[in-house]
Write a protein that binds this ligand. Structure first.
Ligand code: ARG
Length: 428
């Protein structure tokens, strides 16, 4: 027997490099609070079911509570020798309460334990991210309301297309973030089932109460199939894919802002508090924040591909490959939270150059489609009206004019319907 918790079947200790390579404690210590909570409820259930005595159950719960406090006070040291957060805490408990700690892991495996911890962690983080999206939606609603009458060019192919309001622009992103919110809610609903009691793979012969545990931990139920319970990481894939869509929306928004903040566009002035300078060029003011958010999509997409690749040929049942699910998930959560946290004050700080936006809708041919439709309203066939306005645009381009500069005579040369339509649209 060796000193490992599973040492009974082993004659010699683990190779030192193997200890290091195999360990996950450096990153899964993030799950310490979830692990303790899960163990406390598990211990309570073991007591209620008479698998251990109620007194033993109380000692375990209290001991775990003490460890929790010590972790919060940064009074414990985790070790790679204890491999992961689950065995680290079990060993700390052994020091805390003595031999009764050896009963905690009854009717449980690290396989169902880690699946539980990860779900508890992600459930909480989904709620945090949902709150952040709600705040972003409030910000966008305010910006929409302030800009009902702010006109700017709408673009297709990044060429001026038709006039739109800034309200409509913000509304478009609100719709995207509302869908992200509903995808997160879906993800939460599907993942909110307890794997605990699945044991290593096949459940247990001991008389546990899985539903008791699920209810105490606010799950909507248990994962019925024990093989599925330890094998499933759909919820990680689903969360990271939802996050990928969310950060895609943020990234597009950022791209707009970056383009609009160029001297060429001039639609946005960046606030000094949210922009950066150049170490060499004294003239520069750079949009680092939206660029970084745009750049961080790379890591989130990477984590999505990472988890899909881990899962795609994994034999059913627990495999150690699953330990690789964590760092990508944690980084996705942190990245999304950091991006949303900075993005909200950032867009609130932007100075929209309403006069420049408006001028771009006047000094351009952006009202062509409106003009065309005025002709249609006067009875001209669509395709013919299209041709006529096309000719008008060529005439303007060649004579260096916008619609507002045209005389009645010039218009009438192309069609008698044009001039009244320009008046109708208040262009002239
Ligand atoms: N550290 C492991 C993980 O993150 C916990 C489960 C280990 N289970 C096992 N049978 N080796 O997945």
């Amino acid at each position: 027997s060796t000193q490992q918790l599973w040492g009974g079947r082993f004659k010699k200790p683990l190779d030192k490099k193997t200890v290091k390579f195999n360990a996950s404690i450096l990153f899964d210590q993030k799950l310490a609070m979830q692990d303790i909570l899960g163990s406390q409820v598990h211990a309570e259930m073991l007591g209620v079911q008479g698998i251990i005595t109620l007194e033993e159950s109380q000692i375990l719960i209290k001991g775990l509570e003490n460890i929790k406090q010590k972790i919060i006070d940064q009074k414990v040291e985790f070790t790679e020798e204890a491999e992961d957060i689950h065995m680290n805490i079990e060993l700390l408990l052994l020091k805390e309460v003595g031999d009764v700690a050896k009963k905690l892991h009854t009717a449980r495996s690290r396989n169902d334990q880690v699946a539980l911890d990860l779900r508890l962690y992600l459930r909480e983080e989904i709620l945090n991210i949902k709150n952040q999206i709600q705040s972003l939606l409030v910000t966008l609603k305010n910006l929409s309301q302030q800009n009902k009458n702010t006109m700017l060019p709408g673009y297709t192919h990044l060429q001026r297309a038709q006039p739109i309001s800034l309200e409509k622009y913000f509304g478009a992103y609100s719709s995207m973030f509302e869908r992200d919110l509903s995808r997160l809610e879906d993800c939460f609903k599907r993942m909110n089932f307890s794997p605990l009691g699945a044991g290593a793979i096949a459940g247990t012969t001991l008389p546990i109460d899985r539903i008791f545990v699920a209810q105490k931990l606010n799950f909507s139920g248990i994962i019925q199939n024990t093989l599925d319970a330890v094998s499933d990481r759909d919820f990680v894939i689903e969360f990271i894919s939802t996050s990928s869509i969310l950060i895609t929306h943020l990234s597009r928004f950022c791209e707009d802002i970056i383009v609009w903040a160029t001297e060429e566009f001039g639609f946005i002035k960046l606030d000094d508090a949210f922009a950066t300078g150049s170490s060499l060029m004294p003239n520069k003011k750079n949009p680092d924040i939206p660029e970084l958010i745009r750049g961080k999509t790379g890591r989130v997409f990477g984590h999505l591909f990472g988890i899909l690749t881990i899962m795609k040929a994994l034999p059913i049942g627990y495999n150690k490959d699953l330990q690789e699910d964590k760092e990508g998930l944690f980084d996705t959560v942190d990245t999304i939270k950091n991006c949303l946290e900075i993005f909200i004050p950032f867009i609130e700080s932007l100075q929209f150059q309403k006069e420049i936006m408006k001028k771009s809708t006047v000094d351009s041919y952006i009202w062509s489609t409106h003009l065309l439709e005025e002709l249609v309203k006067s009875g001209v066939a669509f395709r013919q009206a299209h041709e006529l306005i096309g000719n008008l645009v060529i005439y303007c381009l060649e004579s260096n004019k916008y619609f507002k500069n045209l005389t009645k005579e010039e218009c009438d040369k192309i069609s008698a319907f044009i001039y009244p339509s320009l008046i109708q649209l208040k262009i002239i």
